[in-house]
Design a protein around this ligand. Structure first.
Ligand code: NAD
Length: 489
């Protein structure tokens, strides 16, 4: 076994007595080991974050925080190839995507560095003209950051960059299925010169997450499944601390007959086979208007069958593996249920049989057509390369099907009619709407969900809301005595 990844608490690397294995989903082999945090470790990490917040970080100037974030961005970009290789090894995502994700993550630290010394407050003119009023944005304190396995660096940057820029200290808990790059990032933060205790890392399963959320943290930012989100929001509710929830999706990607079909085909592929469909924003329901329904199915199937599966570290590979064994089993179960419920299998629907792929957790790119939106495959998040194609007639019908879901993360609309693009965008119940594109991510653009896809926003200026609290200050400069028994309005 190669590398061992340790916990990072109060600026010290700590090897714990218990450890768990990091499995390479392409080879099924253990490639690294990870220190498993105990409850006591979680408590120490929170205390270290609290001490660093009180003694150092909340007193550090925005300019100095910005400099450290810029340094972290530079180090991440400089280490981008190595970090991408590690992430692809850990979660089976193709290197052409993980490499981009490293640059994207670096860009987020850079972008939020720009805010660190620009967290303006406001001066508020009151009716009481002899009271000077100003409102400031202050850090909340110790933030618990819990992430999923599908894009450890990207998901973490959504949280860590605004949290640090706003002056919070953090305890990070990555997924037990992909922890390596998060530990590496803590190493880069140490190299960048962040003071001890500002960034802490505990690793392990959901129990570690539970200990963290029920500990003395001041807010939680969570990315993961709705079920875990519900459990975390309940725990946070008991403690009355704010939470941000970035949860799952069952996003509709809607193709009208007037769309540029060449681009729509690419957008549909990107939506469901990009990242092996293991992305919260997967366009897993493709709604296609009847005049182009058959043609879309045929074109998609023919391209899906040519998708190159292979070693995620090979630049020519287009689709990697399911990221872990439980996820592979889950995807295969959903495929079985879809078949049982009568969805028409167009292509895929099984594991590849090629010898070169036999050790990896691969699933063939899978397309079901003639799917009814009430079927399990259209309602449940598969989180894998499984597309459900649903026909529709009118715009109203498309809206009804698209919004008939408990999720609301993203949606795609393909049309050349600008009025329809606006009408449809207005009708979508989702945090993100893409028109004539899919899966564009930008640090400037707010991202998040509605309904069971969660609440709160990451990226963009809105991301700072989750990590700041407003303080209002009133200063009476009149020197007058007031009636103590009546509120002064
Ligand atoms: P998961 O909910 O099983 O785990 C996510 C993280 O939460 C892990 O670190 C896990 O250890 C921890 N955890 C699980 N239960 C917990 C509990 N009760 N208390 C505290 N911590 C707990 O999700 P996953 O399988 O790792 O990720 C896949 C899910 O993440 C999908 O639903 C996907 O849509 C979602 N996701 C959402 C976004 C987004 O931005 N909206 C992005 C990526 C992934």
């Amino acid at each position: 076994m190669g590398q061992h990844y340790k916990l990072f608490i109060g600026g010290e690397w700590k090897k714990s007595s218990e450890e768990f294995a990091a499995i390479n989903p392409y080879t099924s082999n253990v490639w690294a080991s990870i220190s498993q945090a105990s409850e006591a470790d979680v408590g120490s990490a929170i205390s270290a974050a609290r001490d660093a917040f009180e003694s150092t970080w909340r007193k550090t100037s925005g300019r100095d925080r910005a400099r450290l974030l810029m340094k972290l961005a530079e180090l991440l970009e400089r280490n981008g190839d190595r970090m991408a290789t590690l992430e692809s090894t850990d979660n089976g995502k193709v290197i052409r995507e993980t490499r981009n994700q490293m640059s994207f993550s670096a860009r987020q630290y850079e972008f939020f560095a720009g805010y660190a010394d620009k967290l303006w407050g406001s001066v508020i003119p009151l009716d009481q003209r002899d009271v000077f009023d100003y409102a400031t944005r202050e850090p909340i304190g110790v933030a618990a950051l819990i992430t999923a396995w599908n894009s450890p660096m990207g998901l973490l940057s959504n949280k860590l960059a605004p949290a640090l820029a706003a002056g919070n200290t953090v305890v990070i808990k990555p997924s037990e299925h992909a922890s390596a790059t998060t530990a590496e990032l803590c190493g880069l933060a140490e190299e960048a010169g962040f003071p001890a205790g500002v960034i802490n890392l505990v690793m392990g399963d959901a129990n570690v997450g539970r200990a963290l959320v029920s500990g003395d943290v001041d807010c939680v930012s969570f990315t993961g499944s709705p079920n875990a989100g519900r459990a975390i929001a309940s725990m946070a509710g008991r403690r009355l601390i704010p939470v941000t929830m970035e949860l799952g999706g069952k996003s509709p990607n809607i193709v009208f007959a007037d769309a540029d079909l060449d681009r729509a085909v690419v957008g549909a592929l990107a939506g469901i086979f990009g990242a092996t469909g293991q992305t919260c924003i997967a366009g897993s329901r493709l709604l296609v208007q009847r005049p182009v329904y058959k043609e879309m199915i045929q074109r998609l199937a023919s391209r899906a069958e040519k998708i190159v599966l292979g070693n995620p570290l090979d630049r020519s590979t287009e689709m990697g593996t399911a990221a872990n064994r439980p996820q592979l089993d889950k995807i295969l179960d959903f495929i079985k249920v879809a078949k049982d419920e009568g969805a028409r299998l167009v292509t895929g629907g099984e594991r590849p049989t090629d010898k070169a792929l036999k050790d990896g957790f691969f699933v063939k790119p899978t397309i079901f057509a003639d799917v009814d939106n009430r079927m399990t495959i259209a309602q449940e998040e598969v989180f894998g390369p499984v597309l459900s194609i649903i026909p529709f007639g009118t715009e109203e019908e498309a809206v009804a099907i698209a919004t008939d879901t408990r999720y609301g993360l993203a949606s795609g609309i393909w049309t050349q009619d600008i009025s329809r693009a606006f009408r449809m965008s207005r009708e979508m119940r989702a945090g993100t709407v893409w028109v004539n594109t899919y899966r564009v991510s930008a640090c400037q653009a707010p991202f998040g969900g509605v309904k069971e896809s969660g609440f709160g926003r990451e990226r963009g200026e809105q991301a700072l809301d989750a990590f700041t609290v407003c303080k209002n200050v009133m200063i009476d400069f009149s020197a007058e005595e007031r009636d103590p028994f009546s509120v002064r309005t």
